[in-house]
Design a protein around this ligand. Sequence first.
Ligand SMILES: [Zn+2]
Length: 150
Amino acid sequence: MSKEKIIKILTKNNVKPTLHRIGVMEVLTTLHTHPTADEIFKNVKINYPTISLATVYNTLDILYRNDIIKTMKHNNEPTRYDFFHEPHFHLFDNETFEIYDFKDDELRDLISNHLKDKKIDNHSIKDFDLEIKVSTGNDFFYEETFKLKK
Ligand SMILES: [Zn+2]
């Protein structure tokens, strides 16, 4: 993604586009592996050698709080980060711990319509995440997270 587009996204979400924030966003919009903070740090240092790990963590926190990125956490694994470009689900491989994007608009509409039918008092559904955990064995289960907004 171009620097101009990144600056536009940051500004639109009320985040001041500092050099290091742009650097972190460049990595997040390029890497589609749902990287950890350490992996982001390693990659952003290539073009921004003066950036510190603390700055990367602070930047990720700001980006998360402003709904620009999503986070994922599994058991004792480090938190992973994902640039929120378009709605998608995640397939989490229980054996390799890799996360794959899984786009299925039909499934999204199905869940979305179902949730709309189930009216939750004083709340509206802003967004939902669906994470499907897969393994080569027989244990197949899924996990859902619903973000509720008053
Ligand atoms: Zn993703």
